[in-house]
Design a protein around this ligand. Sequence first.
Ligand code: TTP
Ligand code: MG
Length: 443
Amino acid sequence: MDGPQLPGATVDAEDRIILHVDMDCFYASCERLREPDLQGEPLVVGMGYEPGEGHGAVATASYEAREHGVESAQAIGQALDALPRAEDAPADHDGPVGFYRPVDLDFYKEIAADVKAILQEHAETLREVSIDEAYLDVTDRTSWDRVDGGERTIAEGYGRHIKQQISRTVGVPASVGVAPNMSTAKIASDFDKPDGLTVVPPDEVAAFLDPLPVDEIHGVGPVTAGELGELGIETAGELGTADVSALEARFGQRGRELHARARGEDDREVTPTGKPKSLSRESAFTEATAEMDTKRDRVSALAADVAARAQSRGAMYRTIGIKVVTPPFDVNTRASSLSGPVEDPELVESVALDLLEEFADERVRKLGVRVSNLDFHGQEQARLDGFESAAGTTNSTATDTESVERVDGESRLTDWLEAEGGAESAADDDRHREGQSSLGEFE
Ligand code: TTP
Ligand code: MG
């Protein structure tokens, strides 16, 4: 193992909570926003469908159009054969007809920006993958704890909340997958499209993946699926229990990766797109402790780590804060703001330790240190690009959640619970308090 070690760390890598969002038939949903009559109709967005054109492709099709065999990347002529254009269909045509609209990327980008603004409010780290798809690390915003007599997780409520926010605020449908890692979250978001919400808690990953056909695993296309089929491997379960060396002999290093993905093993971190708004690091104790020396040592280690990362990225900070989680689930945040931006590791440590004094007598289960109000100087882009190598601690400090927060959105937790309304569990109650306390003191 390499990278900094923090004493008393438990291995809780599987406790990460990753959310994958993929908008449903995105371009078509955007067209429906400005033309609500297209709701529920077979709708094709693409190029070349005007009479006399004939060349072009389908960008996307609404789910109603997909029922007639129209799909992304299809030649437009083939789509028109399957689903004639309403305007051009002969009078005696009694089959289904479709509505066709041209691609208007600028408009879709505007809608995508509105969706992104909501996602940013709801995650420590947001990675945009394409115009309609993103990964969110929401580990610090929600929990795998169970509610409703164990039937559901708090994370499920959070996923539902994000879907509702997008739908109510922007007006387009999304499918969401929530899982302990990126590859499982992506499969989950695709599992129940459109308007899907699939939540796979850590202890259900194997049961969720095992029965799936291999081509649902990210990275397995039709060719690989065919080759796996020749080896008698049809499902993720079969792939995950196949002999790794045989897979490696056939597919090289990729064989090993696919084997791991099929087992739900994926320790990639969600690395952010864009500049961070804050840098933080937190670390859990194996058991809650009231011992002040232990707490101080941990805060010192976290402060040194955060200051070093800020330095390696050329980030100066105006605010230094701590997070103190006390059992069962109370998150307290405190921060001090300076008059101007600094780059001063010793100050990060001393301010963080001062802030910790208030919790001298408290039993604590998790501690965090954060610098925010960032100011980038010098070659920030090069440094941001060097993010992964600079962090370099992915596997060694599995307990420590590294977050590069892009929006200060603690208050949203409160919004979420209000939106969910009504029957809140004990854990929900704690979360509610957390949102309120951090709102006043941290911002
Ligand atoms: P996707 O997310 O792949 O597709 P989708 O959002 O239309 O449908 P789904 O509900 O299955 O997620 O792609 C997002 C957008 O990218 C899509 O609306 C149109 C565009 N696109 C193309 O222009 N060409 C293509 O071949 C594909 C796959 C997508
Ligand atoms: Mg999509």
